[in-house]
Design a binder for this molecule. Structure first.
Ligand code: G
Ligand code: MN
Length: 432
């Protein structure tokens, strides 16, 4: 970025102001490289719609003939033009409108061109100012440079020369605006990256500090049948397990979380000696984690006591990849449950596709089923169907005795819910 702009044809040629995005003003950095096309800066975010830079020019000239000639030349050259004849009016216009360039007479009623230049710089760094004068002197040229004037143009000013200078100013203006936009996007990207890094740290901390709790599942005659293991986050930034799973999913860390949960639960459950089963929730994406199929994993070592719960909430997809995976898991000794059946997220497709050993009736069907004939009938049909197919039903979220009684009467074989036991640590008696 060290190449200087070619000098103009004007008697005093002043370097173009450095309008470096993010800098406080035109001072203190090198000039633009005119070669650089503004669109090159936009590759950063081609998906973001950014406003186009202005093609409007403000002419500040108190001699009507000059003003008219300039306006005509610039309009012919494809610019939109506003004309004012005094400094006050110019300031007002500058506050209201975005200009790519201001063509200003150095000597004006009410305000000198230099004063105006200072105002422009305070207000907007990207507007290019071209000062026109009948007699430029060295001190005003230096002063203009200090305030970032783009060019001194001597009167009489020919239309062609004016148009050439304004065209150049418009290109520089566009470059400055685009660069500023790009810098803003970069800054936004940086903030996003920082947030991501923080979130990643939180997810790592949550994974390190996670706890697994166990909620009992009972048979109809109240014998302990097994436990569903559930995630609890030790990281206070996450309100609960769902929050934590969502953060991990967003950051592509779901496999890390899933593995940590399964390993932790398996290690704890390995220490129990009974025949109870361990029900383990799988996220739809966990199913494609190769680690799940590794025979040496802690969970695989107790596969014959493990039921993998696949949720209906996340679509399992139509491809035959899922049944193939499930077949491999079965070959390792795992059994399969369809979780949340009847939660309304999917049809009975997974039941047909996966032929599970267990079905977990969603708690929305269980809730108050003794009070709702439709719900009662629906649950009755589901239990009968599963019983006849040799699929064991677990009723989830059983909270009151009436729900439990109604389910027993409908020949539901297995029960889980606050009525029977809340999630907590494995009981000492069970741990050898
Ligand atoms: O989707 P899944 O069935 O895995 O969800 C189990 C969740 O339900 C756990 O968060 C668990 O704490 C919660 N839970 C377990 N039993 C009950 C219950 O009886 N009532 C309610 N409202 N929630 C329960
Ligand atoms: Mn579950």
């Amino acid at each position: 970025m060290s190449k200087k702009l070619p000098d103009g044809t004007a008697p005093f040629s002043v370097d173009f102001p450095t309008i470096r995005p993010g800098s406080k003003g035109p001072e203190g950095a090198g000039p633009f490289e005119e070669k650089e096309h503004p669109s090159a800066l936009l590759h950063l975010s081609s998906h973001v719609q950014l406003p186009s830079p202005s093609r409007r020019v403000l002419i500040l000239e108190d001699e009507p003939f000059c003003a008219k000639t300039y306006a005509h030349a610039l309009t012919q050259g494809g610019f939109e033009v506003d004309v004012v004849d005094n400094g006050e009016g110019a300031l007002q216009m500058l506050l209201e409108t975005e200009y790519c360039a201001v063509v200003a007479d150095l000597c004006l009623p009410g305000m000198s061109g230099l004063e105006l230049l200072r105002c422009v710089r305070v207000h907007d760094l990207d507007t290019i100012v071209l000062l026109v004068t009948a007699a430029a002197d060295f001190s005003s040229a230096t002063e203009a440079l200090r305030h970032g004037a783009s060019q001194f143009l001597l009167k009489p000013l020919h239309s062609k020369q004016l148009l050439g200078e304004v065209n150049r100013a418009a290109r520089l203006h566009e470059l400055a605006v685009r660069r500023r936009q790009a810098m803003r996007l970069l800054a936004a990207d940086q903030i996003e990256e920082d947030t991501r890094r923080n979130q990643n740290l939180l997810v790592s901390r949550a994974i390190d500090s996670l706890r697994m709790v166990f909620q009992p599942i009972f048979t109809a005659d109240r014998r302990l049948f097994g436990y569903e293991t559930l995630l609890r986050s030790g990281e206070p930034s996450f309100k609960g397990p769902i929050d934590m799973i969502e953060a991990a999913e967003k950051l592509g860390r779901l496999h890390d979380l899933g593995r940590a949960c399964r390993n932790r639960a398996a290690r704890e459950f390995q220490r129990t000696s009974g025949n109870e089963l361990l029900f383990v929730n799988l996220h739809a994406l966990d199913l494609i984690d190769e680690e799940l199929l590794r025979p040496e994993s802690p969970l695989a070592s107790i596969a014959s006591r493990v039921v993998l719960e696949l949720t209906e909430r996340a679509p399992l997809g139509e491809s035959d990849e899922i049944p193939k995976r499930v077949a491999r898991l079965r070959a390792m000794g795992f059994r399969i449950a369809i979780d949340d059946l009847g939660s309304g997220y999917a049809g009975l497709n997974s039941l047909v596709q996966l032929e599970p050993e267990f079905v977990k009736l969603d708690m929305s069907l269980v809730r108050g089923l003794h009070l709702s004939p439709i719900r009662h009938r629906l649950v009755s049909l589901m239990i009968d169907t599963c019983n006849s197919l040799g699929i064991q039903v677990v009723a989830e979220g059983v909270e009151v005795q009436e729900e439990y009684n109604a389910l027993v009467a409908l020949k539901c074989p297995l029960f889980q819910g606050y009525l029977l036991g809340k999630p907590g640590p494995l009981p000492d008696a069970l741990v050898a």
